[in-house]
Every structure is written in structure tokens, then in C-alpha cells.
Design a protein around this ligand. Structure first.
Ligand code: 6PG
Length: 475
């Protein structure tokens, strides 16, 4: 029997869909899973879709590895964390030098880097690959962010490029850098995803609680926006979520869904990464914080009893303001996300190209949008890592920030929480203020800790002659 082109371990929803996608693109894929029942279910699906001729089920790990052509490429799609380490440990004795493990879960990039470093001396390649697009994307074309060994990437490149989404003839799959680079970029993708979703939810809140719009009216606006500069997957699905009705009550489904957002960790990781790298990423941080606030339902109920219900009457913003506010907020958020990536690339020697990243995010992934095509073009012509300084976006910001300002101001006066949009606005204002206020911080630091400050023309590490404060209680 001829050998399979590639192997895949882990037939959960994502793994099974990726395997079917591979088979559909004309490659033979051997599949393995700890539970045999999952392999059987997968084969039923493969048969139904006429793809069983190119899928090779192997319940035994040794037989599975032997069924692959060499050098072997093995995708593992198991839960992030220990299950990945356990899988690698099981595979290692069965592999030969030159083989590669391609780990496609949402892994922490430092874990990927550790695995990459540990496998290198063994001669085993390790690719840490971010795959975005959910189950549909995995089946029909995800965005694929590859990090790891370049040589082994070339072995797997034809398959990975073939299964990825396509944007105007270009595959949305690229090798981005060594070690944890692919998973790092996927983590920041998810942070940006959190920011997009939160800003959209805030705008929905203004529509609902400030403008008194019902779900159907909001759905119509999001649908219209999807034909304009905000055109994106998340705006599209927002329109669809808002217009869905509950079969039992006939009410808008969104009104019945509990307002507590879940999270699996990548948003938090991206906020931590930004903080550790010293890059301000207020939109990502705000979005993560907003999910945490959402989870505290009981506390919110108790506090509303004390302070009254926020969202008082109608506020004076237009639908056009909301569209522009969202666009401005998104530009700030993407500026922050790309800056985090740029700093991480510098620190880790990854040589990431922001234009390439924007290009492979144009289709397949959750944050795919028209806007990313503009960003890819902007980064290609000006490799500046600060999108707010790139001419195309300067123009959009100049046009849109007054609307963001009106929405944030009206939201504040109307008691509507806009954690992401307001932090995006403050970031924008803070980032363009030549004379900031940290001079006072430096004065305070020197006052209580003699930390020193700088005066232009007089030097750094200067100190003030501050008055002594005698604590009255200690006298
Ligand atoms: C993607 C998504 C996906 C992620 C979900 C859930 O790019 O396809 O980012 O990888 O798992 O969005 O994430 P949360 O549960 O943290 O919202």
C-alpha cells in the first residue's frame, strides 16, 4: 500500500475538519486518535464526503507512523498544554531524523519554543502552527501561521498552503519565523479578535441602551456596515447573531443569551505578552478585563441595586458616528497588536514581516476583513511598525477620531461602559501628545524614592530638594 503524504493525530472537531480538508486537496492523510470510536466517526464522515479513498485510519501509533512517507510530517491537534508534551513523548521513539511534528493547537508560544529547542538536538523538526477560522475554516480554508524549523516547513509547505484560505489567488499560509513565532502571532491574532469583539459589543450596547434600538434594527445596521469600510467576518456574523430569533419564544435570541463571556486563555496571554514586552495594548487589555467583568454577574446585579441602572435615556450620537468610532477604535487596536508583534520579533530575532502577517489574515481567520487588505498594502509600502503614522491610516484616523470622541463622551455621560473604545481614544490622544504628564510621575518618584529625573540640557539622574513630610500620627 502506498504511504500517506501526511499524518494527523487528534480527531476532535478541528482535527477532523483539517484532515478532510487535506484529503479534499488531493493528499493522502493517515489519521490517528486515542479513542477508536472517533476514528470510526471520522471515517463515516470521510465516506459520506467521498474522501475515504485518501484517508488512512490507523488506531495503532506505531503503524500510523510507519504508514507515512519519509521524511514524515505529523500534525498533532490535541488540547494545548500537557497533552501536547505527552503526545510528543509517545511519538519521539517512533520518529527518524528529518521528520517533523506540526502542532496546530492554540499553544502558548513559550511552550512551543521549549519544544522546538528540545527536539532540535534530536534532529526532529518542530513546527508550532496557529490555525484560525474555527471548524468551518479548518474544513474549507483557515489562515495558517507557521513557526519553527524552516527545512521541515518546506516538506509540509505544499499541503499547508493547499489547505489554507485563499485571498485573490494568494494562500493565507506563511512561514513567519523560528521557534514560537507562529503561535505568538496566533496569540496576538486572538487578542485582536477579543478587541474587535468587545468594541462591536460596546457599539451594540450604545445602540441598545443609548439609542433604544431593538436587535433587528441593530442587525440591519451591522449588515449595512458590512458593505462598507468595516466589511469583515465579525461584522457579518454580528448581523446574523442579532437577527436570529429563538424558536421557543420568537424573541431575539441575543436577548436570551446570558451576558457572561467565556475565555480559553489566548486573550489573557496576549495581554500578558504586551505587558511583558512593554508595549501598550489597551484594547486587548480592555477586552480581557471586560470579559472578566462580564463573568461577575452576581456582583453586577448587586452593584446595580446600589448605583442604579447605567444607560440613562437617549444619547446624542448618530449611526454614522458609531461606524466611524468603530473604525477608529479598530485602527488603534490593530496598531497596538502589530506593535506587540514587532517588539516580540525584535526581542526573539524572529524577523516577522508585518505585511505578510496582514496578508495571511485577509481570509480564513476570525479577524479577516477588508481593512486587513489595506493594512497589508500599507505595511508593504511603509514597513513602519506604527500604523497610526502610515499615511493611508492617518487620513482615516483624522476623519474618524472626532466620531470616536463623540461616542466615548456621550457614552460616559449616558453611563454606558465603553472600556475598549474609551481606552483606544485615550491611547490615541496619549500617543500624539508631545508634552505628556509623566514629568509629574518622575517628580513623585524622586520625592518618595530618590529615583531621579532628567532635565533637558542639565542631564539625567537629577534630584529635587523636596520638603520633608512628617506624619502627624507619628509625632
Ligand atoms: C480562531 C479562534 C479560536 C479560539 C476561539 C475561542 O482563530 O479560530 O481564535 O482559535 O479558540 O475564538 O477563544 P475564546 O474561548 O478564548 O474566546
Amino acid at each position: 500500500m502506498s504511504k500517506a503524504d501526511i499524518g494527523l493525530i487528534g480527531l476532535g472537531v478541528m482535527g477532523a475538519n483539517l484532515a478532510l480538508n487535506i484529503a479534499e486537496k488531493g493528499y493522502t492523510v493517515a489519521v490517528n486518535n486515542r479513542s477508536v470510536a472517533k476514528i470510526e466517526d471520522f471515517m463515516v464522515a470521510a465516506r459520506q464526503q467521498g474522501l475515504d479513498g485518501r484517508t488512512l485510519p490507523e488506531a495503532d501509533l506505531t503503524a500510523f507512523v510507519r504508514s507515512l512517507r519519509t521524511p514524515r510530517s505529523i500534525i498533532i491537534m490535541v488540547k494545548a498544554g500537557k497533552p501536547v508534551d505527552d503526545m510528543i513523548a509517545q511519538l519521539l521513539p517512533l520518529l527518524d531524523k528529518g521528520d517533523a511534528i506540526i502542532e496546530c493547537g492554540n499553544s502558548l508560544s513559550s511552550d512551543t519554543q521549549r519544544r522546538f529547542d528540545a527536539l532540535r538536538p534530536e534532529g526532529i523538526g518542530y513546527l508550532g502552527v496557529g490555525v484560525s477560522g474555527g471548524a468551518e475554516g479548518a474544513r474549507h480554508g483557515p489562515s495558517i501561521m507557521v513557526g519553527g524549523s524552516k527545512e521541515e516547513w518546506h516538506n509540509a509547505e505544499p499541503v499547508l498552503k493547499a489547505i489554507a484560505a485563499d485571498f485573490e489567488g494568494e494562500s493565507c499560509c506563511a512561514w513567519l519565523g523560528e521557534g514560537g513565532a507562529g503561535h505568538f502571532v496566533k496569540t496576538i491574532h486572538n487578542g485582536i479578535e477579543y478587541g474587535d469583539m468587545q468594541m462591536i459589543a460596546e457599539i451594540y450596547g450604545v445602540m441598545r441602551d443609548g439609542l433604544g434600538m431593538d436587535a433587528a434594527a441593530s442587525a440591519a445596521v451591522f449588515k449595512r456596515w458590512n458593505a462598507g469600510p468595516l466589511n469583515s467576518y465579525l461584522i457579518e456574523i454580528t448581523g446574523l447573531v442579532l437577527e436570529a430569533t429563538d424558536g421557543e419564544t420568537g424573541r431575539p435570541l441575543v436577548e436570551l443569551i446570558l451576558d457572561k463571556a467565556g475565555q480559553k486563555g489566548t486573550g489573557v496571554w496576549s495581554a500578558i505578552a504586551a505587558q511583558e514586552l512593554g508595549v501598550p495594548a489597551t484594547a486587548i487589555e480592555g477586552a480581557v478585563a471586560a470579559r472578566a467583568i462580564s463573568a461577575r454577574k452576581d456582583e453586577r446585579i448587586a452593584a446595580e441595586r446600589i448605583y442604579g441602572k447605567p444607560g440613562r435615556g437617549s444619547i446624542a450620537v448618530t449611526i454614522d458616528d458609531l461606524e466611524k468610532a468603530l473604525l477608529a477604535g479598530k485602527i488603534v487596536s490593530y496598531t497596538q497588536g502589530f506593535s506587540v508583534i514587532a517588539r516580540a520579533a525584535e526581542q526573539n530575532g524572529w524577523g516577522l514581516h508585518l505585511a505578510t502577517i496582514a496578508r495571511i489574515w485577509r481570509a480564513g481567520c476570525i479577524i479577516r476583513s477588508r481593512f486587513l487588505d489595506q493594512m497589508a498594502t500599507a505595511f508593504a509600502s511603509d514597513a513602519s511598525t506604527n500604523l497610526l503614522m502610515v499615511p493611508d491610516f492617518v487620513q482615516v484616523m483624522k476623519d474618524c477620531h472626532p466620531a470616536l470622541r463623540r461616542v466615548v463622551a456621550a457614552g460616559a455621560m449616558g453611563e454606558l461602559p465603553l472600556i475598549c473604545l474609551s481606552s483606544a481614544l485615550s491611547y490615541f490622544d496619549g500617543s500624539r501628545q508631545a508634552q505628556g504628564t509623566a514629568n509629574l510621575i518622575q517628580g513623585q518618584r524622586d520625592f518618595f524614592g530618590a529615583h531621579g529625573f532628567e532635565i533637558e540640557g542639565r542631564g539625567s539622574d537629577l534630584h529635587g530638594r523636596w520638603p520633608a513630610i512628617i506624619d502627624a500620627a507619628a509625632e
